[in-house]
Design a binder for this molecule. Structure first.
Ligand code: PHE
Ligand code: FE
Length: 295
C-alpha cells in the first residue's frame, strides 16, 4: 500500500488530528499488499464473531447483503453497484478525515467518503483516526438500510446549514452524529443492540458498551444528546438508546434553528452524568426506568 497524502496535523474539535487533501481519490485496489488483505480478513472475522447477539439484526443483514467478506478488501466499485440499487448512495475514496463542510456536502449528495488505506497489523485494536476498516465495515452497511440512508443525507443537509449558523450549532450537531451514527445503541425485543459504527468496528467497545456496568445507557432525547459532551480518547461514558431508526428520522425532522438558539443558553452536560428525567436502561434486560432527582 502506498502512503496516504497527509497534509499536516491540526487541532480540531476531534483533537489533534491529521488533515488530508479533500480530493476524491480512486481506490488503489491493486496496491493493497497481502498484509493489508490479511488485516481486513482478521478484523472482519473477529468483529463478526463478537457482533453475534450484540449488533442489531439490521446491521448484520445489511452487511451480508452487501457481499462483504473476509477473503479480501472489498472493491468500492463492487459495493457501489449494490448500494446504488438499494438506496442510491455512492462510496467515494478519500485520504482521511475531511474538513467539516466538505464532509457534509458529500453526505447531502448521498456520497459517503471512505478512507482508502487500512491500519497496520500492530493497530488491530486501536487507531486514533478512521481507516478503511472503520469506514467500510462500520458505516457502509447502514447505508443499505433505506431509513438510515435517508437520515445520513438529512444529516449532511443539516450540517451544511449548521455550518452557516456558527460554531455552537455545529458543535451541537456533531454531538448528535457522535451519539447516533458513531456510538448509538438500539432497543430490540431481545435487549439492547449496537448500531453505531464506532462501536461495531471496535472489539473492546463492542463488549464494553453492552456488558460493562460503567457506562450509562440513556433513552435518546434530541436536546439531551446535543448538550452532552463526549470523549474521543476512551470508551464512551454514556450511550444513547433509540427505539428504532424511525425515531431518529422523526426526532430530527424539525428545523433545528430554534433548538440551536435555545441550547446555546444552556450549559453542556459532562459525558458521564445522569440527569433527572433521563430514561436509564438496564444493560442485561434492556428494561428502562426514569431517573429521579437524586441521581
Ligand atoms: N432538521 C435538521 C435541521 O433543520 C437537519 C437534520 C436532519 C440534522 C437529520 C440531523 C439529522 O437542521
Ligand atoms: Fe466514523
Amino acid at each position: 500500500m502506498s502512503n496516504p497524502q497527509r497534509l499536516e496535523h491540526q487541532m480540531t474539535d476531534k483533537g489533534f488530528v491529521p488533515v488530508y487533501t479533500t480530493a476524491v481519490v480512486e481506490q488503489p485496489w491493486d496496491s493493497y499488499t497481502a498484509i493489508d488483505h490479511a488485516v481486513w480478513g482478521d478484523l472482519y472475522r473477529r468483529q463478526r464473531e463478537i457482533l453475534v447477539d450484540r449488533a442489531c439484526d439490521e446491521f448484520l443483514a445489511a452487511q451480508d447483503a452487501m457481499g462483504m467478506g473476509e477473503s479480501a478488501i472489498p472493491k468500492f466499485s463492487e459495493l457501489n453497484r449494490m448500494l446504488q440499487k438499494k438506496t442510491g448512495w455512492t462510496l467515494v475514496g478519500v485520504e482521511g478525515l475531511l474538513p467539516e463542510l466538505t464532509f457534509f456536502e458529500h453526505l447531502a449528495n448521498r456520497r459517503f467518503p471512505v478512507t482508502w488505506w487500512i491500519r497496520k497489523p500492530e493497530q488491530l485494536d486501536y487507531l486514533s483516526e478512521p481507516d478503511l476498516f472503520h469506514d467500510l465495515f462500520g458505516h457502509v452497511p447502514l447505508l443499505m438500510i433505506p431509513v438510515f440512508a435517508d437520515y445520513m443525507q438529512a444529516y449532511g443537509c443539516g450540517g451544511v446549514k449548521a455550518h452557516g449558523i456558527g460554531p455552537e450549532a455545529l458543535a451541537q450537531l456533531t454531538r448528535l452524529y457522535w451519539y447516533t451514527v458513531e456510538f448509538g445503541l438500539i432497543r430490540t425485543s431481545r435487549g439492547l443492540r449496537i448500531y453505531g459504527s464506532g462501536i461495531v468496528s471496535s472489539k473492546g467497545e463492542s463488549i464494553h458498551c453492552l456488558e460493562s456496568p460503567a457506562p450509562n445507557r440513556i433513552g435518546f432525547d434530541l436536546a439531551r444528546v446535543m448538550r452532552t459532551r463526549y470523549r474521543i480518547d476512551t470508551y464512551q461514558k454514556t450511550y444513547f438508546v433509540i427505539d428504532g431508526f424511525d425515531q431518529l428520522m422523526r426526532a430530527t425532522e424539525p428545523d433545528f434553528r430554534p433548538l440551536y438558539a435555545e441550547l446555546a443558553l444552556q450549559d453542556s452536560i459532562p459525558a458521564g452524568d445522569v440527569q433527572p428525567g433521563d430514561t436509564v436502561f438496564n444493560r442485561g434486560t434492556g428494561e428502562g426506568w426514569l431517573a429521579d432527582g437524586d441521581v
